[in-house]
Design a protein around this ligand. Structure first.
Ligand code: TRP
Length: 470
């Protein structure tokens, strides 16, 4: 239905539009010229209209103007445009070339469907076995707050994983219970905002347990044994021969936590990577056995390598309550200072004039994680930046006390507002409980909807529409 001339005329008018629009138009024209049947033409044109709706209005105007020449051709394809354009978010943009939108049949139906299902959802959480420390903060909390405030997510859930904490604390429910509010306070102190994020308690969402039970059929014992996180935790807890079954299965329950919310994004520490991998396997398996139901998540790690695994103040690889090597978010300034001044450094750096090692020196790892150029101007103006400080340490002539004092200033500056906010929330505990209650109610509603999908896919929704009689 289109002549090459019409195409050329149209493309010449597109010149005024932006570069991006030009590319869009070429693609558009190319498709039009390729159209062999009227039916296909309608579908594609319809989809193109939809994409136009997705454009910011300024660009949309540019396209309409530049499309002037092709009006006749468009009419000849008789597009029934009575339908409403789909609900579109501000973030909507052109389909990147090679993306699923571009690859798939671009029909309006598909597009609306995908827009709906491709919601961006965050789910993450922590076990309430103690107050949260600076390792949690740089390893994940800070990133969560950043993502929360980016405005890019449709739904955000942060879970206090009490049921998971019980898998290795079955005999100590009181400890878990006490730490629920502590973790909630740490969240609020760091800037998790209950107006944007649903903070909830895992065991208050029983749907998670049911999902776990169905997922258990899709995972083998040997696969669980190969999970590196489970492996190392079994060692750490001396569970060698007497692993509680619940503990052994917690990667499955974690997959339930994530998939119940159809989470696309899990901001978590590096140690959670094997959990997310295992979750993705469960999603694949479920979808291939029962049909497309669950969403595959992606882990988001901090960009700064030093934040991935902050060592303890004793230089041990992991900050852990049982090792007593943590700096807590709720620590008082004197405690923070005491801990920093007692930090492990380079054992070979005996005298100030000796050359010192920066790698594996926790003071420098902490500086990598926490310091910013403006801290130098404020607290240590003799140096421009961390590279200069490191170079001096490596040359020799820079004492440990000086770098520790600097680290103390940096960390006090970072932790002071967190501690202050925590103290404010400590005075409003009933409100914190209300936040958890409200968050848990929302979380349960979402998880119940997913559970209904799961039951339907598994054909165990017997009493829906008399299914058992069919
Ligand atoms: N395993 C996490 C931890 O030890 C807690 C957790 C439970 C979690 N379920 C999750 C984290 C789902 C991310 C996603 O802290």
């Amino acid at each position: 239905h289109l002549t090459v001339n019409q195409g050329v005329a149209c493309s010449s008018q597109a010149r005024g539009a932006s570069k991006a629009m030009e590319i869009f138009h070429r693609f558009f024209l190319f498709l039009r010229l390729l159209l062999l049947t009227e039916k296909a033409g309608r579908d594609i044109l319809k989809a193109m209209k939809t994409w136009k709706e997705l454009l910011p209005s300024s660009l949309r105007d540019a396209t309409s103007r530049s499309e002037g020449g092709s009006g006749a051709a468009e009419r000849s394809l008789a597009l029934p445009l009575g339908e409403q354009s789909p609900q579109v978010t501000e973030k909507a943009r052109l389909p990147p070339r090679g993306s699923w939108q571009a690859r798939q049949g671009l029909t309006e139906g598909v597009l609306i469907q995908k827009e709906k299902t491709m919601k961006k959802v965050i789910l993450t959480g922590d076990r309430p076995t103690g107050r949260l420390h600076v390792g949690h903060y740089v390893g994940s909390l800070k990133e969560r707050v950043r993502l929360q405030n980016s405005g890019e997510y449709d739904e955000i859930y942060v879970m206090i994983a009490d049921a998971q904490a019980l898998t290795d604390n079955a005999d100590n429910p009181e400890k878990v219970r006490q730490n629920i509010l502590q973790v909630a306070l740490d969240y609020l102190a760091c800037g998790i905002d209950p107006a944007k994020t649903h903070i909830f308690i895992q065991s208050m969402v029983p749907e998670l347990t049911e999902l776990s039970f169905y997922y258990m059929n899709l995972v083998t014992v040997s696969r669980l044994q190969r999970n590196p996180t489970v492996k190392s935790e079994i060692q750490m807890r001396n569970f060698e021969t007497s692993i509680p079954v619940g503990f052994f299965c917690y990667p499955i329950s974690q997959a339930a936590d994530i998939t119940a919310f159809k989470a696309t994004t899990v901001p978590a520490g590096e140690d959670q990577k094997p959990m997310i991998e295992q979750c993705c396997e469960i999603v694949h398996k479920f979808n291939s056995v029962y049909g497309d139901t669950l969403v595959e998540p992606e882990i988001v790690l901090p960009q700064n390598a030093a934040c991935l695994r902050l060592p303890g103040i004793d230089g041990k690889a992991k900050m852990s309550k049982s090792l007593g090597n943590c700096i807590y978010l709720s620590d008082e300034p004197e405690d923070i200072k005491k801990k920093i001044m007692s930090m492990y450094t380079d054992p070979g750096h005996l005298r100030v004039q000796d050359p010192g090692k920066v790698e594996g020196n926790p003071v420098f790892t902490y500086l990598d994680a926490f310091s910013r150029p403006e801290h130098f101007a404020e607290f240590l103006p003799e140096y421009q930046n961390l590279d200069e400080l490191k170079a001096h340490y490596q040359r020799g002539g820079l004492g440990d006390v000086k770098i520790k004092k600097f680290l103390n200033s940096v960390m006090q500056a970072e932790l002071e507002p967190i501690r202050t906010r925590r103290k404010e929330w400590e005075l409003r505990l009933p409100e914190v409980v209300e936040i958890l209650k409200a968050g848990s109610a929302v979380a349960e509603k979402t998880a119940a909807a997913t559970l209904a999908d799961v039951r339907k896919s598994m054909k165990i929704d017997y009493f829906e529409d008399d299914n058992l009689l069919k």
